[in-house]
Design a protein around this ligand. Structure first.
Ligand code: KG4
Ligand code: ZN
Length: 340
């Protein structure tokens, strides 16, 4: 029994991606995501449409995940699902499906906190990727979240800083929208930024005490800056796209790095793990790597498919909760907001 592999089927449906994965212990056998392109035409996620698309996608996505994993459902040890935080209508689709399947297969149900999962994604067994040692600092940067967390052990985490308004991904996407770029604009701003001069235009950083963040002021600053310059030269954006993006990126990275440096100073912890969609950003990756030589930090960036919303990260938490027998019963409810 001790050496029997543990197979976890995990389901993630907190926002606009319907995802399923199968893990064998800490190893990912399959990791499938159905992205909902419908939201692009609205310039952001429409909750009502997201829930409907989850209902359409969930069965085929789980089917593909099981087929790719090459195991039979009778081999599953447990079903893990995202309990929250997220959009209620989206969460309900995943949790209802997970509960029914666990009941039908007579296996335990494991409720997973999405924010814990972004952090514990670093513990997926993946060749070429080291795992952080406890305690470490985790910075989750995505379209919905911006947090710095002190991670003492798998299930002992403490949020030591977070955004008081927009998430960093939102700052990217809203800036991109002002520049006339399609949603989600973060990757495009990053692409143009790599060709521009980061010091071409100066944006001021918000003055937020401690380890908290604020990004809404930056967005307003960029809006006024663009309006002012377009009034003088209607082609200002097109003529300066690379420099504008580089300057925005430079400011955002500075904001993130200032807080990380303060977190290191306050905690004395020099192991930094990042996660969330914005950790794909080329500037953040380069700047973080530089800190290894500059300040003696050790930094961890997961494989790309485990940074954006995915079910493998739900599965790795499911596996560790399974080992600790942390199960939920069928009366467990989804939670739009949930503490770490
Ligand atoms: O984690 P994620 O896929 O979804 C959630 O928000 O939960 O993150 C998506 C966010 C979007 O705001 C997107 O613009 C941003 O990540 N993003 C980037 C880059 N790639 C994705 N932002 C800046 N640079 C990138 N390369
Ligand atoms: Zn997420």
């Amino acid at each position: 029994m001790a050496n029997q592999p543990i197979y976890i089927l995990s389901i993630e449906s907190s926002c606009d991606d319907t995802a399923a994965a199968v893990l064998q212990n800490g190893k990912v056998l399959s990791n499938v995501v159905a992205r909902q392109e419908i939201h692009e035409q609205y310039g952001g996620v429409v909750p009502e449409l997201a829930s409907r698309a989850h209902q359409q996608n969930i069965v085929p996505v789980i089917d593909v995940a099981m087929t790719k994993a090459g195991i039979d459902k009778s081999q599953l040890s447990a079903i893990a699902f995202t309990q929250g935080p997220g959009l209620m209508g989206s969460l309900l689709v995943g949790s209802s499906f997970a509960k029914s399947l666990a009941l039908a297969l007579n296996v335990p149900l494991v409720a997973v906190n999405h924010m814990q999962a972004h952090i514990l994604a670093h513990f997926i067994d993946e060749e070429g990727f080291d795992k952080p040692e406890f305690p470490f600092l985790a910075m989750t940067i995505s379209g919905g979240h911006t947090q710095i967390v002190k991670v003492n052990s798998f299930f002992d985490m403490e949020v030591i800083g977070e955004t008081t308004d927009d998430a960093v991904g939102e700052a990217y996407d809203k800036s991109a929208k002002i520049l006339g770029l399609p949603y989600p604009g973060g990757p495009l701003v990053d692409k143009f930024a790599q060709l521009g001069n980061p010091k071409a235009f100066a944006f001021t950083k918000p003055q937020v005490p401690g380890l908290n963040f604020s990004f809404s002021g930056l967005k307003t600053q960029i809006l006024y800056f663009i309006q002012k310059n377009v009034a003088i030269n209607p082609n200002f954006v097109a003529e300066n796209m690379n420099d504008i993006c580089a300057s925005i990126q430079y400011t955002i990275i500075n904001i993130l790095m200032d807080k990380l440096k303060l977190a290191v100073k306050e905690t004395g912890i020099k192991q930094i793990a990042i996660g969330g969609g914005v950790s794909a950003n080329s500037g953040i990756r380069t700047t973080l790597k530089e800190t290894e030589k500059k300040y003696g930090w050790k930094t961890f960036i997961p494989k790309f498919e485990y940074t954006t919303d995915n079910a493998a990260m739900i599965g790795i938490v499911g596996y560790h909760k399974y080992l600790e027998q942390q199960f939920s019963d069928a009366s467990t409810t989804s939670k739009a907001r949930i503490e770490l």
